[in-house]
Design a protein around this ligand. Structure first.
Ligand SMILES: Nc1ncnc2c1ncn2[C@@H]1O[C@H](COP(=O)(O)OP(=O)(O)O)[C@@H](O)[C@H]1O
Ligand SMILES: [Mg+2]
Length: 243
């Protein structure tokens, strides 16, 4: 469970203050697949960075999987992030000089994990995204869609509880975008909680829950009524069917 209550986050420069999040509250239950949409500049990336412990916040509270994150040291935050969170970015963020295998290994290297176990996790993550045969290619030798699938393998190799994705299909054509979404759905069905920021209404509709952020707040925010795993809605029966 990810629980944010009354979070505010202000960016200050010499000239201006930007209230990126204001009185922001949201819960994400285990197993959920939440799509987050909203206008540019509304605070989506800031929300995801705070949720992913990449950034702090000014007021409010944030608890991740039962851990109150406010009082944590930098070390403890990093450990919690490495253990619980996988991140996917619009720009893939692969390391160009490392081959695919070593890219997926990067977050695992921060853990005390035997080489054999790392190798097994990397191989099975690359298998899942369909790129096991490319393990010794460089990122530049892959298409954009394949690079994003490597980034997904990197994000899930450590078996995180939460996968946070910031416009992961923003640089992809619509076919590759759908493939990435297929993969995210599959990962969610295997039990990983996903928060996906996207501009694409077609992808957002495929999530279990849609949340809109406007002016640093969830519009129409309501607390969860229960903390059980939400039930996936049945797919519409036929294209064009209404009601
Ligand atoms: N590092 C930063 N320094 C100053 N202002 C920032 C910074 N990051 C984001 N902002 C501002 O905070 C607001 C929300 O940004 P962001 O979370 O990136 O929005 P979105 O992802 O929805 O486009 C914007 O007005 C943006 O300019
Ligand atoms: Mg953004």
């Amino acid at each position: 469970m990810l629980v944010m209550r009354h979070i505010s986050k202000v960016f200050r420069t010499d000239l201006i203050e930007t209230h990126a999040l204001r009185d922001f509250s949201l819960e994400v239950a285990e197993g959920d697949f939440v799509a987050v949409t909203g206008p540019s500049g509304s605070g989506k990336t800031t929300f995801l960075n705070v949720a992913g412990l990449l950034e702090g916040f000014d007021t409010g509270s944030y608890s991740l999987d039962g851990v109150d994150t406010s009082g944590l040291s930098d070390d403890a935050r990093s450990r919690l992030r490495n253990e619980k969170i996988g991140f996917i970015f619009q720009s893939f963020n692969l390391i160009p000089d490392l081959d695919i295998f070593d890219n997926v290994d990067v977050p695992l290297r921060y853990r005390r994990m035997k080489t054999a176990e790392r190798r097994e996790r990397i191989t099975s993550a690359l298998d899942l995204v369909g790129l096991a045969s490319r393990a010794h290619h460089l990122p530049s030798q892959l298409s954009g869609g394949q690079q994003q699938r490597v980034a997904i393998a990197r994000a899930i190799a450590g078996d995180p509880k939460f996968l946070l994705a910031d416009e992961p299909t923003g640089n992809l054509d619509s076919l590759m975008a759908r493939q990435v979404m297929d993969l995210l759905e599959q990962i969610n069905e295997m039990g990983t909680t996903i928060v996906l920021v996207t501009h694409d209404p077609e992808l957002a509709r495929r999530a279990q829950r849609n949340v809109q952020i406007i002016d640093g707040q969830v519009s129409d925010y309501r607390p969860y009524e229960s903390h059980v795993r939400p039930v996936r809605e049945a797919a519409p029966q036929a294209a064009g069917a209404t009601t």
